[in-house]
Design a protein around this ligand. Sequence first.
Ligand code: NZQ
Ligand code: ZN
Length: 385
Amino acid sequence: MNNFEFYNPVKIIFGKDQLKKLPLQIPSGQKIMMIYGGGSIKKNGIYTQVLSALRDYQVIEFGGIEPNPHYETAMKAVEIIKKENVGFLLAVGGGSVIDATKFIAAATLYNAGDPWDILAKNTVVKASLPIGTVLTLPATGSEMNMGSVITRKSTNEKFSFLTPFSFPKFSILMPEAAASLPQRQVANGIVDAYVHVIEQYLTYPSNAPLQDRFAESILLTLIEEGPKVYLNSADYNAMVNLMWCATMALNGTISCGVSGDWSVHMIGHELTAFYEIDHARTLAIVLPGIWKALRNEKKEKLLQYANRVWNIVDGSDDEKIDKAIQKTVDFFESLEIPTKLSSYNLDTNAVNRIVDRFEERKWKAIGDRQLITLEVVRKALEFQL
Ligand code: NZQ
Ligand code: ZN
């Protein structure tokens, strides 16, 4: 096991009727900006409930955060915050709203130049406004981590940044609010959480049996509970489990002492940036391709995954790996998430465009043990044509 530090200060408030605790989490006298997306919270009543809980505060609103949130929109919020002297940001929605809020919080206090550098050049963030979140969509884990992913619309670039200043002070996780999710978003959430686990687990053995079993237990729970939520997002008993799985998948616990991969996400982000394919859907395309391209390098973990997650015990090693890849593809496709580029009318031009962009950025190799060279990126995507 590698040396590690673990720090996660996010207070989680989970379950039914928890919004009444919202005012207890924010220091009194703060001027709050409530940040939300395209209006789902107005349709399902969460908007009214949040405003009612905050009736003793001065609240201004900033709606219209897009899925795959735009830098351009976030910067409009920064302007208003500076003018209005806002002291606390409350994100209400899914991962995009939370990610945008993290960026807005950092960009407001950034005084080392252009805030875009935080994303494009990974410049150091030295402070952020405090944020809290009300989560309505289980998927990204953003509610309990320090990551954020932002898209610059004008250049079709999608970058992430990480800073401990982005940890929310608290997150209220609302499985009931997620009852209004359309099937497509539920499916996206299941697959995003699944691939988050895989990116931290399926590399190589590193003497971390506890982290491995944590990871496998999240995968098994997603396989068990995910389809129930997919069939009925109002199934509260299943939704609580999906929501907690998604949070646990990316709050730092399973990555302690092990090295990760994240190449599936890095390649997937390009598919979203160029072709606006939903985040999780890009992962479902790229993951099987990476496994096919690196089946030897990832062999031991692929076999462990085949055995412990899919109970595959018969056949040669190669056959077991093939079966595990197929089981994973079948799981994604059972949620109506395609795994081929052709399902999005993409061909080798898309492969070239992504490889060219990595080349322009001078990325020689990414991911697990820096195994994912440009050749591997090409090969992985070609498997998925
Ligand atoms: O915008 P509104 O109207 O709220 O509608 C949203 C949006 O259209 C809707 N929605 C959310 N809660 C709902 C609901 N509709 C009905 N009922 C509800 N209760 O769902 C749509 C998608 O929302 P979005 O926030 O975009 O989805 P998700 O949570 O999957 O977030 C995706 C973004 O997170 C990033 C992705 O790259 C993408 O930009 N990620 C962030 C990560 C992180 N910060 O750690 C890690 C992930 O790997 C990921 O990259
Ligand atoms: Zn993801």
